[in-house]
Design a protein around this ligand. Structure first.
Ligand code: KG4
Ligand code: ZN
Length: 370
């Protein structure tokens, strides 16, 4: 069976086709991502209305390209009808995410499900991030640019989902059978990276900018605090983020009412590198501490990570150092938002006879939780 996955929850308009059979795991046949990031960079973060408008412009070309790339027939220039004949179902992100952005993907998917008579699967974006780890092969064109683990992860599975909008630790006993162990009480880790990057005058998105700057800094130059919370699996990044701001104000000889956007120009490159390296270490350590604790308590058969911050080499290094298990990481290109993870979860939903969504009534859910 082949599923078309559609993702539009933030600034990436993405579509992909994934195939699954009884004998092989999910195989990625196409993966198209159009990002409006270039426009958001000028504003230092995603502007929801601009992202939604960009989705409207890109979504049909992106979907058509994904269908074309995955086409298995013989026509040299296949018609839309031929492309759709190949597809068995549609999976779409309906939450969590930005309302206007989700609406574009969901409305498009509903219309296509009705007009092409395909079953529709409603996908939780955060759950989708976990499924980037289940893709085990791809078409020749795909494997030229993406690497896959040889096997699907085994259950029980511990999943750390870390992105710009989410920081969650989830224990999966099986597909669709999971418990949320903990999550951030305020900022997501990616959001904290984005905000600290802004204070340091580094470009959006903050995760990769901080990682780059951190290469030249001392990760122990500053001891930023880790939040101490009652629940062992919840975390908080607002304290460490404020500690960065106060430290930078002090370094610049300014009081704590000095505006944060004027600080970067007063810092030397060496100071920026030390703050970036120290914050990155402590932010990553925070989520790794929780993952290690959950590993010890629940003894999962595998550990996976997902979400934009899962592309972080520092996160991969700390996890591999501290966990006594061989972690198979997904290709960094499949950690940020994409249609492949949505299509893959859609494949498992179809394979396991999970309920379909009603294409006449499916609504978005911007605050959907796990
Ligand atoms: O999953 P994603 O693309 O979108 C959301 O669902 O939020 O994640 C975006 C986040 C941003 O906060 C960005 O700073 C972070 O992922 N990010 C990274 C890296 N690439 C993206 N963080 C650390 N290292 C990276 N290489
Ligand atoms: Zn995401």
């Amino acid at each position: 069976m082949k599923i078309l996955g559609i993702e539009s929850s933030c600034d990436e308009t993405a579509a992909a086709v994934v195939e699954i059979t009884d004998t092989h795991g999910p195989r990625l046949l196409s993966n198209v991502v159009a990002s409006s990031m270039d426009i958001h960079v000028q504003y230092g973060g995603v502007v929801p209305e601009i992202a939604a408008r960009s989705h409207i412009e890109s979504i049909m070309p992106v979907i058509e390209q994904a269908l074309l790339d995955a086409y298995a027939g013989t026509s040299i220039k296949p018609s839309m009808d031929e492309l759709w004949e190949d597809i068995d179902g549609i999976a779409v992100t309906y939450g969590a995410g930005l309302g206007g952005c989700l609406l574009v993907g969901v409305t498009t998917a509903r219309t296509l499900a009705i007009s092409r008579s395909k079953p529709l699967y409603a996908i939780n974006h955060v759950e989708g991030h976990v499924y980037a780890n289940f893709i085990t092969s791809g078409s020749p064109a795909i494997t030229a640019s993406l690497k896959f683990p040889a096997n699907e992860p085994k259950f029980p599975l511990l999943a750390l989902i870390v992105s710009g909008g989410h920081s969650q630790l989830v224990l999966f006993r099986d597909h669709f059978d999971y418990t949320l162990l903990g999550q951030t009480l305020d900022d997501a880790i990616g959001e904290a990276f984005d905000k600290v990057a802004k204070v340091l005058g580094l470009p959006y998105p903050g995760g990769p900018s901080i990682a780059n700057m951190a290469k030249r800094g001392d990760p122990h130059a500053f001891e930023f605090p880790k939040a101490k919370l009652k629940d062992p699996y919840n975390y908080s990044f607002s304290g460490p983020k404020t500690a960065v701001l106060r430290t930078v104000q002090q370094l610049c000889g300014k009081s704590h009412d000095f505006p944060s956007f004027k600080l970067a120009e007063l810092l030397s490159e060496a100071q920026k590198a030390d703050v970036a390296a120290s914050f990155q270490r402590v932010a990553i350590e925070t989520v790794v501490d929780k993952t290690v604790r959950a590993f010890e308590e629940f003894s999962p058969a595998s550990v996976v990570i997902g979400g934009g911050v899962a592309a972080s080499p520092e996160l991969r290094r700390q996890l591999s150092d501290r966990l006594p298990i061989d972690i198979k990481y997904a290709d960094p290109k499949l950690c940020t938002d994409n249609g492949a993870m949505i299509a893959t979860l859609g494949c498992y939903k179809m394979k396991h006879d999970q309920p379909t969504a009603d294409p006449y009534t499916l609504d978005i859910n911007p605050n959907l939780s796990m």
